[in-house]
Design a binder for this molecule. Structure first.
Ligand code: ADP
Ligand code: MG
Length: 320
């Protein structure tokens, strides 16, 4: 099968279509109708075999995850996801792999109302790169730089489940039968908090999605906002599955340093806290207030029951 037949068969002939796409796959470039009064938000994520996933991972889950992690960045900006491009590097043409990967990609793109509008296909070591574009009313994107002293720090959902899922897949941790499905689901099929991200546009002072783990991710908000943060360890939201599978120190370790949860981390000024529960309860996603923004720029304080919590961070970094 040639390159063009491959593109047509797996990526161009199916998938969601949007009415604001004038030209999608098949031309030198895509033509997109960006709504008047909106800003375009653009993000890129790469998943490399051996670094981000195992070569024999389920290709359908990879297709899902590639879309979900990109859409999660759009969600963190408060954007409505719209368009995706795919740069695909494959060692060979494996039709079973391609059809499962494309199915996962298309079903998840459709779920988030995104259209695949182009890409590139090359031969080489397996690597998956996606560019996602979304739209947000002009000036309403939520950045990492708006956190102010006294703001409350929130996270959605639960933390550490994906990291436990990774450890389970690596054979490093046991999880009882009862919890395995949930934990593996959280690792292989992360959900992007898209509706909630949009609902935060007029509430959050800053936001980001949790891809590297709370401990390192919150430092991005601190750096961009020039503030510090104080987090109460006892307030970290832990799933029953995590609590049943680990001792409490390990559970906290995974919640602080474990990546790939794709939950939202955001800050809310005191004056807007009242609107939070009312406006966000329809989304059915638990929110936890885990601490406050402080004036001690660059300092992350971890507390447990008013005591300082000692924690040795050993999160993952690509170059160190
Ligand atoms: P060009 O040479 O002009 O860059 P290509 O021949 O690489 O274009 O690709 C042909 C068309 O197929 C383009 O519209 C491109 O965006 C699209 N395309 C290529 N690879 C993919 C892919 N993996 N998924 C979706 N669209 C793709
Ligand atoms: Mg061209």
């Amino acid at each position: 099968m040639g390159e063009f037949e491959l593109i047509y068969r797996y990526f161009a002939s199916s998938g969601a279509k949007r009415s604001d796409t004038t030209i999608g796959v098949g031309d030198d470039g895509a033509v997109l109708q960006v709504r008047d009064g909106y800003d375009l938000i653009v993000t890129t994520d790469t998943m490399v075999s051996g670094t981000h996933f195992f070569p024999d991972d389920d290709p359908r889950a990879l297709g899902h995850k590639l879309v979900a992690v990109n859409v999660s960045d759009l969600a963190a900006m408060g954007a409505e996801p719209a368009w995706l491009s795919l740069a695909l590097t494959l060692p060979s043409v494996d039709e079973n792999w391609l059809s499962a990967f494309a199915a996962g990609l298309h079903e998840t793109a459709e779920y988030y109302n995104c259209q695949l509008i182009g890409g590139d296909t090359t031969r080489g070591p397996l690597s998956l790169t996606m560019v996602a574009k979304g739209i947000v009313p002009r000036g309403k994107a939520i950045s990492r730089s708006g956190a102010k002293v006294g703001d409350y720090i929130y996270v959605t959902g639960t933390l550490g489940d994906a990291a436990l899922g990774l450890r389970l897949c690596q054979g490093l941790h046991e999880v009882s039968k009862k919890h395995q499905t949930h934990i593996l689901q959280r690792f292989h099929y992360p959900a992007a908090r898209v509706a909630l991200g949009q609902a935060l546009r007029n509430i959050a002072s800053s936001a980001m999605d949790l891809s590297d783990g709370l401990y390192s991710d919150i430092q991005h908000i601190m750096a961009r906002s020039n503030v510090g943060a104080s987090i109460d360890i006892n307030k970290l939201p832990l799933s029953q599955a995590l609590k049943d599978s680990c001792d409490s120190t390990t559970a906290i370790q995974l919640a602080l340093s474990g990546g790939e949860d794709y939950e939202l981390l955001f800050t809310v000024p005191e004056a807007r806290r009242g609107s939070l529960d009312v406006l966000l309860s329809p989304y059915g996603i638990p929110l936890s207030c885990i601490g406050r923004i402080t004036g001690a720029a660059g300092k992350l304080e971890l507390k447990q029951a008013e005591q300082q919590y000692t924690y040795q961070h050993n999160g993952f970094k690509h170059f160190s």
